[in-house]
Design a binder for this molecule. Structure first.
Ligand code: FAS
Ligand code: PHB
Length: 389
């Protein structure tokens, strides 16, 4: 069995790369360890930058996103019981698209099925070999049978816990990591969003975020301790805590209801350098993780894929210039998004070990931010997404 590009992982990174390559006539196969339903059941990101929207359009999967997605021109920062709007469109001329990662994944899966490209779900014990030479191969077990496939390249789109980065010799990769002393408890409910735009809250009890998936489905988060478990939080407890952290006049408008999904996500900043190891390339969460505060995780995955796709297309046209530049180009953008996500996380969360001086620094930065158009423009241009070079 042979393909040109073996893609490990059928999350947004793997599916988007597969779809772009398929449209360019480059043969590829996706190996995913879980079932399609399991992948769709993971509730994650909610905000797309324009560059990600453009890549999904280029992949031919943007129709439902434009029909059902919610273009947003701004969001609110809330602290000291008051809300302050950051006018993204007024400050940058750009907006973001609120459209859940689940829907992005579903659109990509539907397109892949329609295009008859090969995907193997529930592929167990995936192994990658020979990527330091010119004849890489991948192995997996499916239905109790061990399979092997030769390929030209391997795209490691298998997320933070995947096999690809773990298969790189230890001395060949440098890891940079910061783990935050808190997590996010997220709740999904079929209730109308408390506000037409997102609200990021800095509260003495902890961070909260009011987001959404549609005009009838809300996605809310509260900062929680790292030793807490979802079972510790009844719906009633979540709603009471979320309401406490919202400004009073907003809390009065909160419509509560039963949770459809509840989960706790740990927060970390992480980057692997470089992102290329011979014929193996890391893209998306396999190469980096950001705390979700800046809504960058899914968007960084999309732009990694954009760079890698350009490199692979050029390779098959006879030039390796873009492929050789992949790691450096992607990392330049990744580090800027890491910085913004770290900055926004540090600004908005309650640090258990932080003292009164740290809290005064947060407050001073928030006060400066709402009083300075220059500071708001800096936030806005990072939030809507820096241009792909
Ligand atoms: P993914 O992790 O999505 O996909 C990797 C795929 O590879 C998975 O399907 C996995 O099953 C598969 N895989 C792993 N190991 C394998 C192996 N050995 N063999 C075969 N397949 C294998 N980002 C935001 O912007 N906002 C958010 O609110 C947000 N919330 C998040 C909550 C959680 C719990 C997590 C983990 C992430 C969150 N993110 C958020 C970030 C998230 O959206 C990622 O950026 C996005 O899923 C990245 O997509 P992929 O790179 O495709 O990785
Ligand atoms: C979400 O809707 O899940 C979401 C939105 C913005 C963020 C993080 C998560 O910064």
């Amino acid at each position: 069995m042979r393909t040109q590009v073996a893609i490990i992982g059928a999350g947004p990174s793997g599916l988007l790369l597969g779809q772009l390559l398929h449209k360019a006539g480059i043969d590829n196969m996706i190996l995913e360890q879980r079932s399609g339903d399991y992948v769709l059941g993971r509730i994650r990101a909610g905000v797309l930058e324009q560059v990600a929207v453009d890549l999904l359009d280029r992949a031919g999967v943007g129709a439902r996103m434009h029909a059902e997605g919610l273009p947003h021109d701004g969001f609110d920062l809330a602290f000291d019981g008051a809300r302050h709007r950051i006018d993204l469109h007024g400050l940058t001329g750009k907006r973001v698209m609120v459209y859940g990662q689940t829907e992005v994944t579903r659109d990509l899966m539907d397109a892949r099925r329609a295009g008859a490209a090969v995907s193997v779900y529930e592929a167990e014990h995936v192994a990658v070999h020979g990527f330091d030479g010119t004849r890489p191969s991948v192995e997996w077990t499916h239905g109790g049978k061990r399979e092997t496939m030769q390929c030209d390249f391997i795209a490691g789109c298998d997320g933070f816990h995947g096999v690809c980065r773990a298969s790189v010799p230890e001395g060949a990769v440098q890891l940079h990591e910061k783990v935050y002393p808190f997590g996010w408890l997220g709740l999904l409910s079929d209730t109308p969003p408390v506000s037409p735009e997102l609200i990021y809250v800095n509260h003495e009890r902890g961070f909260a975020l009011a987001s959404m998936r549609s005009k009838t489905r809300s996605r809310y988060y509260v900062q929680c301790r790292t030793d807490e478990h979802v079972a510790d939080w009844s719906d009633e407890m979540f709603w009471a805590e979320f309401r406490r952290r919202l400004p009073a006049e907003t809390a009065e408008r909160l419509v509560t209801g039963p949770s459809i999904e509840k989960s706790i996500a740990p927060l970390r900043s992480f980057v692997a350098e470089p992102l290329r190891f011979g014929r193996l390339f890391l893209a998306g969460d396999a190469g980096h993780i950001v705390p979700p505060t800046g809504a960058k995780g899914l968007n960084l995955a999309a732009t990694d894929v954009g760079y890698l796709y350009e490199g692979l297309v050029e390779h098959y046209r006879g030039s390796d210039k873009a492929l050789d530049a992949y790691s450096q180009r992607a990392l330049s953008r990744i580090w800027k998004a890491e910085r913004f996500s770290w900055w926004m996380t540090t600004l908005m969360h309650r640090f258990p070990e932080g003292g009164s001086f740290d809290r005064r620094m947060q407050h001073a930065e928030l006060e400066y931010l709402i009083g300075s158009e220059a500071a708001q423009r800096s936030l806005a241009e990072n939030y809507v997404g820096l241009p792909m070079d």
